[in-house]
Structures are given as structure tokens and as C-alpha cells.
Design a binder for this molecule. Structure first.
Ligand code: PLP
Length: 289
């Protein structure tokens, strides 16, 4: 499965087979927790600081006290790569829940968070990066605090599953026609050389790759406009693309069966892909300028 044997559990490195969380675990029973997925390229984290910062923001938003400082957590995550002698492309999944206690909606007192993390192999989506992906559109039926990277992902996984059943890669989510983001990525529209994307509000996750793309756009002198676009705007878009830690900068070439512009990845998406590769030090021959 491409999973490494050593996992991080409550600041100890243990074998994954020895992990046994009790049934009365608040993450399992309530989804009472948060998570992060961080990209690893050749055994090095990419955008680690941004992810750690976001984890702490999510923790604060759900009144969860993490048992480490940001520095301690960063050291533990680096230790996880070292202990597994990992030198490949992969990702870490880190989850923090409020802890284990007899079931009660109210937070039990004196509870210590359960924090675990494991790394696994994850190849780059080279084929999709080069040719682009198809998407569907779905109503955004999530709650009003999507800036929290919470474990409650049912609307997200249902949307992604619908996309999969329609042989698509992602679902673009919208509220009354206004595009928010995708089920597990941020989404952007390009028109007349400008990039448009939903502003950072409580209705979207502030993606770490989105932060990087904003930085790249500035460097490349491409206006990055935090203004939501509509499903109607997509019909006359020059380009559309999505970003996430596992998808990188991925051109969208079809939406609900209709091609985006000429149905091929556009020049701004390609420029941002090149900037991403440079930033993450992963230049390849596959993604051509
Ligand atoms: N939006 C949602 C809903 C996500 O789940 C994710 C990633 O999992 C993203 C955006 C992209 O975030 P990042 O760039 O930090 O991976």
C-alpha cells in the first residue's frame, strides 16, 4: 500500500500495527478533530510551515489544545521522515482529535488530544498535470466554517464520489452559482490574463498551495484577484485550474462535459506549474512550458 511502518503516536514512534485507539475516541464518534496533508518531495516537506500554521489555526477554531508547540510538532514531523528513512515522493497525514473519553457532546475535562501522523508514498500526477482533468459541478452543501480543516468530510467525499462516478477528477462546488472551491482543492479562473478565485473567507479552506500560487502570480506579474467567479463565467473562461498539496497546479479542461476554452491546458496554468516545480525543487521534463 506504500505505507511506512513507523507511525507517530502521542510523540512516540511506534509500529502501525500497535496503534489501537479506543472506540470512545472523539474523532471517530463526533469527527471532533482536525487534520493536515503535507506533500513530501524526495524526503523533504513542501510548505511545512504553512501547514503547521494552518493546523494551529484549525485547533484554535475548534478550541482544541494541541499538546505541542509549532516547533515541537515540526521536529516530530521531521523525525518521522528520518525514522522511516524516507527519500521518495510522498505525503504525511496528520490528525489531531480532542481525545478519548466516554461519549458526551460536551468536551470532557482534562482530556489530552490524540495526535498521530503517518507517511506514505505519493507519486506526482504527471499525466494529469500535462493533459489536464475533467470536472463536474455540485452544490456546496457544507457548513459555514470551511476554513477549519475538520474531520467532517462527508459532503466533500460525496461530491468527489459523484465526480468519480462520472469519470471526472474533481467536483467544483458552488453556492447559488458562485464558485467556492472544489471538494479537496482550490479553484481558479483565468480571463484576459487575470486570475480570479474566491476570497479567503470562512467559506473556503485557505490552501497552502493557494498561498504559494498567490506568491508565484505576484512574481510573474499576473494579477491575482480574490473575487468569486460564477458557473456562468466558466463558459467564457480562458483557463481554469485547481490546486492542492497532492494535485499541485492542475489544469481543468472540461466542466460538466463542456470544454474550457479550446479544451487544452492554458499558458498561465503552465507558467504556474513551472513556478511550482521551481519552488518545490522538483523540475521535470514532463511538464513543458
Ligand atoms: N480545499 C479543500 C476543501 C481541501 O480539502 C484542500 C486540501 O485538502 C484544499 C482546498 C487545498 O489545500 P492545500 O493546498 O493546503 O493542500
Amino acid at each position: 500500500m506504500g505505507v511506512y511502518p513507523v507511525v507517530l503516536s502521542q510523540a512516540k514512534f511506534v509500529h502501525r500495527d500497535s496503534l489501537k485507539y479506543p472506540f470512545e475516541e472523539r474523532g471517530l464518534q463526533f469527527g471532533d478533530g482536525i487534520y493536515e496533508v503535507i506533500r513530501i518531495y524526495r524526503g523533504n516537506y513542501y510548505l511545512l510551515t504553512e501547514h503547521v500554521e494552518r493546523l494551529f489555526r484549525s485547533a484554535k477554531a475548534i478550541k482544541l489544545e494541541l499538546p505541542y508547540t509549532k516547533t515541537e510538532l515540526t521536529e516530530l514531523l521531521n523525525g518521522l521522515i528520518k525514522r522511516n528513512q524516507m527519500t521518495e515522493d510522498g505525503k504525511v497525514y496528520l490528525q489531531a482529535t480532542r481525545g478519548s473519553a466516554p461519549r458526551d457532546h460536551v468536551f470532557p475535562e482534562n482530556l489530552t488530544a490524540n495526535v498521530y501522523a503517518y507517511i506514505s508514498k505519493q507519486a506526482r500526477p504527471l499525466n494529469q498535470l500535462e493533459h489536464g482533468v475533467c470536472t463536474i459541478t455540485e452544490r456546496d452543501i457544507r457548513w459555514e466554517k470551511c476554513y477549519i480543516k475538520s474531520l467532517n468530510l462527508l459532503p466533500n467525499i460525496l461530491a468527489k464520489q459523484t465526480a468519480k462516478e462520472k469519470e471526472c477528477y474533481e467536483a467544483i462546488l458552488h453556492k447559488d452559482g458562485l464558485v467556492t472551491e472544489c471538494s479537496s482543492s482550490n479553484v481558479y479562473l483565468v480571463k484576459d490574463g487575470h486570475i480570479y478565485t474566491h476570497p479567503v473567507t470562512e467559506n473556503i479552506l485557505h490552501g497552502c498551495v493557494r498561498m504559494a500560487v498567490e506568491r508565484f502570480s505576484e512574481k510573474l506579474n499576473i494579477p491575482f484577484i480574490e473575487e468569486a467567479f460564477t458557473l456562468e463565467d466558466i463558459k467564457s473562461a480562458d483557463e481554469l485550474f485547481l490546486t492542492s498539496s497532492t494535485s499541485e497546479v492542475l489544469p481543468i479542461v472540461k466542466v460538466d462535459g463542456a470544454p474550457v476554452a479550446d479544451g487544452k491546458p492554458g499558458p498561465i496554468s503552465k507558467k504556474l506549474q513551472a513556478a511550482y516545480e521551481q519552488d518545490a525543487s522538483i523540475q521535470t521534463e514532463t511538464v513543458k512550458q
